[in-house]
Write a protein that binds this ligand. Structure first.
Ligand code: MF3
Ligand code: CO
Ligand code: CO
Length: 259
């Protein structure tokens, strides 16, 4: 069932999205060689609390961490632990916060220090793929228009999109209808986009083949070929006009700005 948000709900989602975005930026700036992923997760927990929000992921389907931290060949849902970040790693950070009962969900992949040229191109292509997808998120279009824009750009640049995990509606829960895949499948993606829909668009892009597997911890998704993967995500509101990115710092409520 698709949940269309009222103007009041859209306002709350602007605030939730802004908090998620600001926290993501703060965590991205905090990441440096020598830190463990657990220390990064603890920093994120503190920043989420600072803005009066809660992690939307901690406890979701028993997920044990505050944010998702996925290093190099890890695609999504990496678990924080004793692993130390090294110079040249690429780190995918996915932040979901609950604020006044609504969720903001946003992710980005950052290079630590400097990464190799392949990893940098992977990050750049994934970023561009996200914005191409967002540009199709217009009322009257269908979900598949987003999927096609992402997939065609990624594959034209020699990379591949993950099939097993997809974007999604978002609101009072992390995952709502509709699914928003990053690839086109015959007969799928026919849902029409309408004003008031709020969706998370989130390309997961592999440098090598699209194949992934889940590690024994039951959460961490890695590439089967061991090559790196990148992930970029925004929560987006469908409007009468241009898509509105909800996960941007500009909408941080003024009451939360000078804290
Ligand atoms: N952040 C993921 C998404 O973008 C969801 C993570 S669910 C969790 O859809 F349980 F792993 F946290
Ligand atoms: Co996410
Ligand atoms: Co998401």
């Amino acid at each position: 069932m698709i949940v269309y948000k009222t103007e009041r709900e859209q306002d709350i989602m602007r605030a939730a999205g802004a908090i998620a975005s600001v926290v993501l930026n703060e965590v991205g700036a905090f990441v440096r060689p020598g830190l463990t992923t657990r220390e990064i997760d603890e920093f994120a927990a503190g920043r989420i609390r600072h803005y009066g929000a809660k992690s939307a992921f901690l406890g979701y389907r028993k997920y044990p961490c505050n944010i998702c931290i996925s290093v190099n060949e890890e695609v999504v849902h990496g678990l924080a632990g004793p692993r130390r970040i090294q110079f040249g790693d690429i780190i995918s950070l996915d932040v979901g916060v609950r604020y006044q009962d609504y969720i903001g969900d946003t992710a980005k992949t950052v290079a630590v220090g400097g990464c190799g040229l392949l990893a940098q191109k992977l990050i750049d292509v994934t970023t561009q793929a996200l914005y191409r997808g967002i540009s199709r998120a217009m009322a009257g279009n269908r979900v598949v228009d987003i999927s096609r824009a992402v997939q065609s750009y990624v594959e034209a640049n020699g990379f591949s999109v993950v099939r097993e995990f997809v974007g999604h509606g978002v609101g009072r829960t992390v995952h709502e209808d509709p699914q928003v895949p990053n690839f086109v499948e015959p007969g799928k993606g026919t849902v029409k986009l309408k004003p008031g829909m709020t969706i998370a668009i989130e390309p997961m892009v592999n440098a090598g083949t699209p194949a992934v597997k889940v590690l024994g911890d039951q959460w961490t998704v890695v590439t089967q070929d061991g090559l790196p993967s990148a992930h970029m995500e925004h929560t987006v509101l469908i409007t009468d006009g241009e898509p509105e990115i909800l996960t941007c710092p500009e909408n941080l409520p003024s009451s939360l700005q000078a804290r």
